[in-house]
Design a protein around this ligand. Structure first.
Ligand code: SAM
Length: 345
C-alpha cells in the first residue's frame, strides 16, 4: 500500500471529510460498474481482451458509495467499461438519487458512456435521477468514427444517443474526444462546428498512456496548445473563466457566444495539484490516482465482515496516501497494471 499519513480518526470516531496528505479535499468519486465494453476503440483496447475483473452486486456498490458520501463525496460519476451494459443501472441511480451530501443536497450524479445504448436509456436514466451524461465520441466523420470503435453502425447509434440524452435533459451534455495524431486529429475543426450545431460541450482530452496495447508515445499526443491554435484559426475562441479551482478543463466559447469547447490536458498541463478525485474499480478496489501502482481492496474488507465504521476508517486512511501527481513522460514512468477500460475512465 502507498505510504499513508496517520489521520485523526478511528473506527469509533470516523472522519467526516476526505483529505489527503497534500492538503487536497476529495469530493469526487468515479465508480466503474463493469469492465465489459461493447466497443473496441483502437487507442483503448487490443480488440482481443474482454472483461478481466469481477463485478459487484448493485447493492454492494450502493453500500460502498454510501460510505464515501458519508465521508464528504458530493459528486458520483458511474463509468466502466461501458456502464450502460450493466444490469441494475437504473435501480442503482434511483438509490443514489436518494442520498444527500453533508450540506443536505442531492448528489451530483453523472455517467460516462460510449452512447451506443443511450437512445432508449436516456429517458429512463433521467427519470431515475441521473443529472448529466458525458458521451465519448472520437470523430464527427462516420468512417473515421467506425475505424476507431471497430463497430459497424456505431456512428449513427451514438449520434441518436447524444440527441436522446440532450432531449431528455441530461445536460449540459458533454462529448469527450480523445485526440491521437494520425488517427483523428483531422476532426478538430469539425468538432467545433458540431458543438455549436448540436448544442453540446465538446471536450478534447490528451491521450494518456493507459491503453491495453502499446500505442502511446509523446508524439501521438495532440497537445492543448495545438488544439486551441487550430480551432482559433477556423472560429475565433474566447476563454471562459474557471468555475472552480478544481476544474480540469480549460473552457472556451466562440466570438458570438454560441457553443463551448474545453480541453483537458493531463499530459502537457497536468492538473494533479487540484485533483479532487478517487476511484472505485468494478471489483471494489480503491484507486487514488489513474496512475496508481497499488490498489486498496475495500470490497475484500467488506466481504470479510468489516463494519461500516471500519470501512470508512479504511477509506479515509487510504485517501490520505493519494499520490502527489502522475509522472507521464518522465524517465522511469511505469504504466499501471490496469488499463483505462478496466480502471474506469
Ligand atoms: N465506455 C465509456 C465511454 O466510452 O465513455 C466509459 C469508459 S471509457 C474508458 C471513458 C473515457 O476514457 C472515454 O472517453 C475514452 O475515450 C477515454 N479514454 C480511454 N483511454 C484513454 C486514454 N488512454 N487516454 C485518455 N482518455 C482515454
Amino acid at each position: 500500500m502507498a505510504a499513508a499519513s496517520p489521520i485523526a480518526s478511528s473506527a469509533e470516531t470516523p472522519v467526516r471529510r476526505l483529505t489527503d496528505s497534500h492538503g487536497r479535499v476529495i469530493h469526487d468519486l468515479r465508480v466503474s460498474i463493469t469492465d465489459r465494453c461493447n466497443y473496441k476503440c483502437v487507442y483503448c483496447r487490443t480488440g482481443e481482451v474482454g472483461a478481466q475483473y469481477p463485478e459487484l452486486g448493485i447493492g454492494e456498490y450502493l453500500r460502498l458509495i454510501r460510505l464515501f458520501v458519508d465521508l464528504g463525496i458530493e459528486k458520483v460519476r458511474l463509468t466502466g467499461g461501458e456502464p450502460l451494459l450493466r444490469r441494475g443501472l437504473t435501480e442503482l441511480i434511483q438509490e443514489l438519487a436518494r442520498l444527500r451530501t453533508h450540506s443536505g443536497e442531492p448528489l451530483d450524479l453523472a455517467l460516462t458512456t460510449n452512447g451506443h445504448l443511450l437512445d432508449s436509456l436516456a429517458g429512463p436514466l433521467k427519470a431515475a435521477g441521473l443529472n448529466r451524461a458525458t458521451v465519448s465520441m472520437d470523430a464527427v466523420d462516420e468512417a473515421t468514427f467506425e475505424r476507431i470503435t471497430r463497430v459497424p453502425g456505431s456512428f449513427n447509434k451514438v449520434l441518436g444517443g447524444i440527441r436522446a440524452a440532450r432531449d431528455a435533459g441530461l445536460t449540459p451534455l458533454k462529448i469527450n474526444c480523445v485526440l491521437l495524431r494520425g488517427f483523428n486529429d483531422g476532426q478538430i475543426e469539425g468538432f467545433a462546428h458540431f458543438a455549436r450545431k448540436e448544442g453540446v460541450v465538446v471536450r478534447f482530452i490528451e491521450f494518456m498512456p493507459l491503453e491495453e496495447g502499446r500505442l502511446w508515445s509523446p508524439q501521438i499526443v495532440v497537445p492543448m496548445a495545438e488544439i486551441v491554435e487550430r480551432i482559433g484559426r477556423a472560429l475565433p475562441l474566447v476563454p471562459l473563466p474557471p468555475r472552480d479551482a478544481g476544474e480540469t478543463a480549460r473552457r472556451y466559447t466562440f466570438a458570438d457566444g454560441v457553443g463551448e469547447i474545453g480541453i483537458i490536458a493531463p499530459v502537457t498541463q497536468a492538473f494533479c495539484g487540484a485533483c479532487s478525485r478517487v476511484r472505485l474499480t468494478s471489483d471494489g478496489k480503491i484507486r487514488t490516482c489513474l496512475f496508481s501502482q497499488v490498489e486498496h481492496d475495500l470490497y475484500g474488507r467488506m466481504r470479510a465482515g468489516e463494519s461500516d465504521a471500519e470501512l470508512a476508517a479504511y477509506i479515509a486512511l487510504t485517501v490520505q496516501g493519494k499520490e502527489a501527481r502522475h509522472h507521464i513522460g518522465e524517465p522511469g514512468f511505469l504504466k499501471p497494471s490496469r488499463s483505462m477500460v478496466h480502471i474506469g475512465g
